[in-house]
Design a protein around this ligand. Structure first.
Ligand code: APR
Length: 373
């Protein structure tokens, strides 16, 4: 048993799998099982998530949606590409929550996307009702899973998901920062005429117009992006103006796509970002990536989900990584957190957060924004 355990230990670095108390036969049976990914929501993002997961053989996929037959049609279509793309994973589409049983990771995109003229916050009431139902079903049918939420308004929906499932906060997180940072990196690469692969760019805060692209930390192969912009324009004022326009475009990037698509919001890039996070978890990579994570005093915030860099591995959010912020950055971060706080207050007012599923997190008196002194 112990040899088998040692050899196969990496295989068990998958959330939701427990070795304790298992016989050698059971250990071997689980060892050769692919991770199970439940996609809750089979719309635009759900579809791309299924296809990318299959192409990368990330795990077996179950796609759930309330629209009859839609997930079956989508997964069948994707599965039929296996003869061309040569992936060996199973894809199932379902309208029955029981099929998510045993999922290692649930990725939730259930909910309405934005239409032109709408802010992410405008989706609050509609999507909160949907997240409440999906959370209850995840709790019932996949109680050992981790949950990655993508539905908007992101920070509020992640909070609600944790509240409804009662899962430990490290097992419930949201995707936004990887996408926002990717958008920031892409715009910088275009401006500087360099490969996006060499850009490190980080966006903190809530997933809204007040998000905080960290200009001071943005670099190209270690060289500060501001320095390169100054060299390009030979003028620090012009460089700052260009950077400000990149920051502004990053903050409004989702809205830009919505206004072009007219009847939906971005889906390729959010799916790609979520797949990077899912890979980090399912392969226990310990990647340092921005995620919407529960803060318990870090960054001077206690009791809220906010976008910050974290270490992502088999236990989900394994650690919060604190970045030193100067006064200006801290001010912007606090401004962004304030809009998350407002959303949470709205949810409380609307009755979504009153049933204290997790007393320790959301109903304790110190549940308030604590700013860094
Ligand atoms: N349970 C499961 N699925 C649901 C439910 C529910 N209660 N209600 C709606 N859905 C499904 C819809 O049937 C639809 O197929 O969620 C899917 C959402 O897909 P799209 O409308 O195509 O939206 P998408 O672009 O995928 O975005 C989903 O992610 O980025 C956010 O703002 C975006 O909130 C939106 C979410």
């Amino acid at each position: 048993m112990s040899n088998v355990y040692i050899i196969l230990e990496p295989v068990f670095n998958v959330p939701g799998r427990r070795l304790a108390g298992k016989s050698q036969k059971e250990v071997l049976a689980v060892a050769f099982q692919r991770p199970k990914i439940a996609l809750i929501g089979g719309g635009q993002i759900g579809g791309v998530l299924a296809q990318l997961s299959a192409l990368r053989e990330l795990g077996d996929i179950v796609m759930f949606d309330i629209v009859e037959n839609l997930p079956r049609g989508k997964t069948l279509d994707i599965a039929e590409a296996a003869g061309v793309d040569h992936f060996d994973v199973r894809l199932i589409g379902t309208n029955d929550y029981r099929d998510i049983a045993g999922a290692d990771l649930c990725i939730v995109t259930a909910g309405l996307p934005r239409k032109p003229g709408m802010s992410r916050e405008d989706l609050l009431v509609t999507n909160a009702k949907i997240i409440k139902t999906t959370g209850e079903n995840i709790k019932q049918y996949a109680p050992d899973s981790q949950v990655m939420v993508i539905s908007n308004p992101l920070d509020a929906m992640v909070t609600l998901m944790q509240h409804v499932t009662g899962f430990p906060p490290n097992r419930v997180y949201g995707q936004a920062g990887v996408l926002d940072s990717s958008r920031f990196a892409t715009f910088l690469a275009w401006e500087l005429g360099v490969s996006v692969k060499d850009i490190n760019a980080l966006v903190l805060g809530g997933h809204g117009d007040r998000m905080v692209p960290l200009v001071r930390y943005a670099n190209v192969g270690g060289i500060p992006a501001m320095e390169l912009l100054e060299r390009k324009y030979g003028n620090p004022f012009k460089a700052r103006e260009i950077m400000a326009s990149i920051v502004d475009r990053t903050r409004k990037a989702g809205t830009e796509v919505v206004s072009l698509l007219k009847n939906g919001s971005a889906f390729y890039s959010p799916a790609a970002a979520a797949i990077q996070m899912a890979t980090a978890v399912l392969h226990d990579e310990k990647r340092v990536l921005p995620a919407c994570a529960y803060l318990d005093g870090e960054y001077g915030v206690r009791g809220y989900y906010v976008g910050v860099p974290v270490v992502l591995g088999k236990d989900g959010v394994e650690r919060i990584v604190e970045v030193t912020l100067n006064e200006e950055e801290r001010g912007m971060f606090q401004h962004s957190v304030a809009s998350v706080v407002k959303l949470i207050d709205d949810m409380r007012r609307l009755g979504f957060l009153t049933a204290a599923v997790d007393e320790t997190l959301f109903s304790r008196p110190e549940h308030e924004l604590k700013l860094i002194g």
